[in-house]
Design a protein around this ligand. Sequence first.
Ligand code: ME8
Length: 647
Amino acid sequence: MTTYITTPIYYVNARPHLGHSYTTLVVDTFSRYRRLCGDDVRFQTGTDEHGEKIVEAAERESVSPKEYVDTISDAFRKTWPLLKIEPDNFIRTTNSEHIKTVQNILQKVHDQGDIYFAEYAGLYCQGCERFLTEKELVDGNCPDHQKPPEKRAEKNYFFRMSKYQDWLIEHIKENPEYITPERYRNEVLSFLKEPMEDLCISRPTSRLTWGIPLPFDENFVTYVWFDALINYLTGIDYPDGPDFNRYWDAAEHVIAKDILKPHAIYWPTMLKAMGMKPYKKLHVHGYWKVDETKMSKSIGNVVRPDELVNMYGLDTVRYFLLREMSFGLDASFSSDAIIARQNSDLANDLGNLFSRSLTMIFKYSGGVVPQQDESTLIDTDRELILAVENMLVTYRKSMDSFNFHLALRSVWEVIGMLNRYIVTNAPWELAKDPVNESRLHTVLYFLAECLRIIALVVQPVMPDASAKMVTTLNLEKALRSVNLDTAATWGLTIAGTKLNKPEQLFPRLDKKKKKQAQAPKAEKQKKKDIAPKEEDGLVTFDAFQKMDLRVAKVVAAEKIKKAEKLLKLTLEAPEERTVVAGIAKYYSPEELLGKSVIIVANLKPAKLMGVTSHGMVLAAKEKDADGNERLVLSTVSADIAPGSRVA
Ligand code: ME8
């Protein structure tokens, strides 16, 4: 079989956090699992690099959009190996091949009459980068970004999405597994009961230039969603690359519920308009939350994957994320929850089983897997074989339907049973009397055989722990070129195999470690104090006190080469310092000379277009009714010495 499985391409307006890591980990785990089943698998992820959000983020950092997207896209690419996530392709929407293909598709859909020009007025959420309907609002706010959308009216190009509404309803009804879990399928079908509006697919260049130019009107760029969704095709070299023919029919997308509508409605109708087959499946998961709030870059309550891996180890993080979340529902992240999983499921249950079993094989059989003696089989052995067989059925069914938590639960049921099997059969008692030798050998064989199967089924989730188990059990050769069908059946462990000395699989987290482990929470709390809280918009006095605001006098100002928006200012505050400010659109260098501005003086130095900036100039920004922006520098109302503290 062939599997083509994708993550969303992530916006590069912020660095990767646990939410992005979860989706990408799910896809990595599924890919590893399907490979284990013998599939030809292609796993794609990437970054979504156009649109207003990106321009704003670049402006905030006072760098060009290109420079900004290169940096953050790189941060995403470099995060995945830390989690042992191994995509086959990493696509970027600023890549020239992608741009060319998006333009070809737009031209085709335009030529066939499915794109038209019109005026539209509506409620626009910048966070979602789309118009929202009144119905979607909760207390007047966008439910995801907790902000009211802004009213916008402008002339734009529209995709005749409504034309494909009936077809889409039919397709979803005829294919019960098209959108899973079922709750999201129902949500989409219920949404489709209302007449669908056409989709605005352009932005005027007067407002946004950071996008793919429309091939039929240079005054517009492509709406970021129309551009982004096409990545699933350009990543396999649509329309005529060999990978396109090989993988498209098998396309499955994994997303969280925030982007259900673009994937369940825009994307299939776009494909239909292009004369293409719809993708095969859409898998939708819930949110990771912290303290009951969605983890999100705009709220600032994020957990970073690299910090987690440093603190708990790769396999623990992977196991925790997949075991703790029921795919489709929301889950809560906390240090306590991850420590509990580590100590109980990993160190206690699996780790202990592994080390006890190996220690006994070394002690009672010289580190060699003994021969089982069929004549000594008793009911507990037969129950164990049956339990392993049932587990394999549940495991595969659950992995195929993205119920990773159920797949792992079924494996852990067998692990629990094995720990009880050791107690019931008490090999240390059997070893006391040579008449029990054959029974002892059977028990040890059963342990080795079950560990082989466990090492295999945990591999997609915990590749490192699985590899350690495989090396210890000396199974590398035996498992090479096998798949789950052939390797997971009972009785393949070869008696006589010499085992290697066991290493500890998972350490228990002691109190000291636990203290460290809670550090991110503390750090997050600190960050929360500094950043205004979303709910009440307040910061503590302490947090404000940490900010060193000073009066500074501009003694020199000049433009920075190749950076249209930036000025290099030399300030007296009272010592001389260089500050780079994104104000070139609003002030000429000459008019700044002699001005007393206000700066944040204790900002970490940052390099912008090759110039190191030691601080940030404060300014007020406003937008008039026509959407034109004005920026005015913050100053003091009377003469005061440079370097005076603003408090
Ligand atoms: O929406 N819990 O990008 P994005 C679980 N560029 N998953 C989460 C999460 C959370 N708290 N936060 C983020 C975009 N995610 C578009 C996609 S695709 C053609 C274009 C994950 O950076 C989850 O997969 O906002 C979610 O759907 C995605 O990040 C949104 O990423």
